[in-house]
Design a protein around this ligand. Sequence first.
Ligand code: GCU
Length: 685
Amino acid sequence: LGTGHALLLTARDETAADPVLATVETELRRAARAHGGRLSTRTDGEPGPDVRLVLATTAVHPQPLPGDAAATEHAWHALVRRVLADPGTLPPESFRLVRDAGVTVVAASSGTGLLHGLHHVARDAAARPGRAAEDTAVTDEVRSPAQAVRMLDHWDNVDVHDVMGQVERGYAGGSLFFADGALRDDLGRAEEYARLLGSIGINRVGLNNVNVHAREARLLTEGLPDVVRLAAVFRPHGIRVHLSVSFAAPMTVGGLPTADPLDPGVQRWWADVTAHVYRAVPDFGGYVVKADSEGQPGPFAYGRDHADGANLLARALAPFGGTVFWRAFVYDHHQDWRDRSTDRARAAHDHFAPLDGRFDENVVLQVKHGPLDFQTREAVSPVIAAMPRTRLAVELQVTQEYTGQQRHACYLAPWWREILDLRPWGEGPTVADVAIGDGPGGRPGALVAVSNVGDDPFWTGHPLAQANLYAFGRLAWDPTLAPEAVLDEWVGLTFGADPDVRAGVHAILDDSWRTYESYTAPLGVGFMVTPGSHYGPSVDGYEYSPWGTYHFADRDGIGVDRTRATGTGYTGQYPAPWRDVYEDLATCPDELLLFFHHVPWGHVLHSGSTVVQHVYDTHFAGVERVEEMVGTWAALAGRVPEDVHARVSERLDEQLRSAREWRDQLTTYVFRKCGVPDARGRRIY
Ligand code: GCU
């Protein structure tokens, strides 16, 4: 704004009804304090000629503008009048952005739309420091989120859980919401977090872990005042809250003898409890449910299926406009490794595809992006193409469970873009389109991710892991954004305009996911991690486990045969062309080779290398890349805040140690299995 004015225009009775408008005003005041300029609202009288930014709700039309009583009509008056005379129909989250002669006008039909517009303007200013003021380009555009439901799931427990700690798979300290077995008295950081999520367009938050323990199951009842307080933290940023609930709650919380979804007493219990929740939180989003999965209770105990289970909750939520997010992460976790006929990758499709068409309209089936479990590389889940009559959410994992646990720098946006861009039918809609509602069934679903935030002073443990959170929000808003461009925004907003910092962070993060892939499990085989913690190498750690996580390496070869011809038949769950692309060694992409095929160590990849030489080369190269990352970051000392520099340095040291460990274990393991030496004679133990 420089010394100019920002003007917030709302209709008289709007602010009381829309708490997000108060946030817009607070944000403008904060910005003016930090960067100069003044804010006026409609009640402040004559703002003069130097108005640079106007945020107006469409309800303002046709009321008179401030300063109308004065004799002079300023240039900005004319522009605002023009925009508000014909604002177009703007859905609540959209905004219209008009720039003309150095004045920017943002118009929206709701506080949320204005807030999105304001954050857009702020991002833009950060991307073009010093230039916005001179900008004379004329713009008139409407911006809307591609994806209507953009959700972050917290795997937070109220209590510290004996095995998982407080945040399941959390690598950034304890919960921002709960401490010492209760909701925090001081929710100041949660408020800052809500602000942060609002700025990247997240509009739903799941408050608690999908594995619902006894204490957390009671958030529905005795714990409801906690939910009321948290909803009040998120509401001013346009975010609705959800609870993960236990399917057994009618018994464990309600004291009923059964949780059978077809039992009228159970149905009544859910209806009553849900009505009680909505009395306390009228804009409650709904439930998230992990059922019959990894020991969580579900409908199978009563001989019912997942549609019976999901519809039970959907019908309790429907009168209030709530949604149930029912997770498709269902498989047999008591598998016998000797049993070669069971394939965990098949499980979600086997369970859910036959239920297509049976789910109520307010059920969203939440499908992990891959058929296994958030591996560094796996195929896209075939469920996404199999259920046109069901609303589908694609679930990503921002928390880096299998991708370095926020000790390794691993920017995940390039991976997410590959997933979202895949065309399940070869041509036509992408995975992102299916989630948006532009798939064959036309049903809107959601983009959901597991959060990576905790009470760590840097929010995400590894300060550079904030880029993943930022990228998730931005890609949920617009899945066509380029990962490098998104990173560029984040660097500018986080570190300012220093070109060396910008270049350094790009050098570290742009390819960091592929780097991580290169020194860990090769060619899509997955799961060579330490059992339980999932951190660091343990090549055979899961090889004889009950979890369905095998690579079948022996002296002759490695990989999982998931073909129709000789394997588990998993390739047959895909529509054409993928069922054939993956089935055939000649067309299966290298990076997924061992996910789909068992091949000899000497098998020649499309790249021209053999499998064994590929393992050697990528593992040595990966460690070299991490060595470069360490050097690049060291050179930024003094250019970024000292505490950030120290924390990232410490994490990079660990990344380098761990990458060497991965390299040495993987190369040694492979050499001992097959006896083929490295063609380049490097050191193998
Ligand atoms: C992974 C993770 C679990 C989590 C599960 C889920 O398996 O290791 O901690 O509960 O995913 O998504 O439900």
